[in-house]
Ligand binder design. Structure first.
Ligand SMILES: Cc1ncc(COP(=O)(O)O)c(C=O)c1O
Length: 366
């Protein structure tokens, strides 16, 4: 309770008056944020959201920007694009904003469909956004993951044929949490982009120490990266994400929709700008996620459940050795998990919440 009160105090301090002084106080690198303690409420461990966010700086910026909701956010969007491009070592014309990266995923699928043909992705990966592919006149080719649940980059290269227009790589991969190294991806991209667009989804890259592939877009028109503010930055409900690509590719992508950078509200844009500058928050979330993830994997392993090492804020594990009804256990303890992704091995995924949430999760499955 005390934690929650402190958290609310931090938020209200930042929003009263919203002078620079308060915001600077937030940004004091020597003081840690106190994350909220949500006690006994139901727990959502389903969608890989950040259990701590939005950051206090983002909350303050959102509150302030509500007053500007009567105006279109052109200037603010431009400011956000400049901040994003700096952070990713590219230019402003390499960035396209979207209402979450889902809008970017949709856009790339629609753009791919203009040329018909097929697209390739792993089985199992993040694929619900591909649902309209048949209606769009596309074929979908899936390539199984390797035994250790990683993208089979060699298999994906071999699957490319003369009709292939796009290859989707989720890195780190959702739901398995595995990662391809930068070196392996660079070799893959070099070959694959001779024939098709390679679309790399880096929704979870901030939970790793790996570098984004964003710098490669300058030289390569057939590479598109997408990132989101929904995960590490704690802004899933604000709906803000972006694409990074060669300027010519960004222009091409934009031809599929009617207006540029219009989908994101002023309030969400302000939150994203503030979040990008809240390094303290990012560091704290990173550290907390690592600690709680280790606890979760250790505890599941003690229960004799096989876990895949995770480079993300979720864990993929097998229910093969689990004797009880896992989903009933979750339901009885008011915990939302997710489905079985692979019947063979009964693989499921759990999002890493706060330490208290994961202690409740472990107690529920024990
Ligand atoms: C790999 C991946 N990409 C994209 C998204 C979509 O995120 P959003 O539309 O909230 O940016 C998700 C959401 O879970 C995801 O897991």
């Amino acid at each position: 309770m005390n934690n929650r009160r402190n958290w609310l105090k931090q938020i209200s301090l930042g929003t009263i008056g919203l002078g620079l002084y308060n915001i600077e106080a937030f940004a004091n690198p020597t003081e840690e944020y106190v994350f909220p303690d949500l006690e006994d409420s139901p727990i959502t461990l389903r969608s890989n959201e950040n259990p701590y966010g939005p950051s206090p700086l983002a909350l303050a910026a959102m509150t302030k920007s509500i007053n500007n909701s009567n105006r279109y956010g052109w200037d603010l969007s431009s400011e956000l694009i400049t901040q994003i491009s700096k952070k990713n070592s590219v230019a402003d014309n390499n960035i396209l904003l979207g209402a979450g990266s889902t809008e970017i995923l949709d856009l790339v699928l629609q753009y791919t469909a203009l040329k018909k043909g097929n697209f390739i992705l792993a089985e199992t990966t993040f694929d619900y956004w591909t649902a309209p592919y048949e209606k769009l006149g596309l074929k979908k080719i899936t390539v199984p993951l390797t035994k250790d649940k990683k993208h089979d980059l060699k298999g994906m290269l071999e699957a490319i044929d003369s009709d292939t227009k796009m290859i989707y790589i989720c890195n780190p991969n959702n739901p398995t949490g595995t990662i391809c190294s930068r070196e392996d991806l660079i070799s893959f991209i070099k070959e694959a982009t001779k024939k098709a667009i390679v679309f790399v989804d880096e929704a979870y890259i901030d939970f790793t120490k790996e570098r984004s592939l964003s710098d490669l877009v300058i030289e390569n028109k057939n590479l598109i990266i997408t990132k989101t503010f929904s995960k590490m930055y704690g802004l899933a409900g604000s709906r803000i994400g972006y694409a990074i690509a060669h300027s010519a590719t960004i222009e091409e992508l934009d031809t599929v929709r009617s207006s540029q950078n219009m989908a994101v509200s002023v309030v969400s844009t302000a939150a994203a700008i503030a979040s990008l500058n809240d390094e303290k928050f990012i560091q704290q979330v990173y550290t907390a996620n690592e600690e709680v993830k280790k606890y979760t994997i250790d505890q599941l392993t003690l229960l004799n459940l096989i876990c895949i090492p995770s480079y993300s804020n979720f864990v993929y594990f097998s229910l093969d050795n689990y004797k009880k009804d896992y989903f009933k256990q979750l339901e009885d303890h008011k915990i939302q998990g997710t489905k079985i992704y692979e019947e063979n091995g009964k693989w499921t995924r759990i999002t890493i919440g706060t330490m208290k949430e994961m202690q409740r999760f472990i107690a529920a499955v024990k």
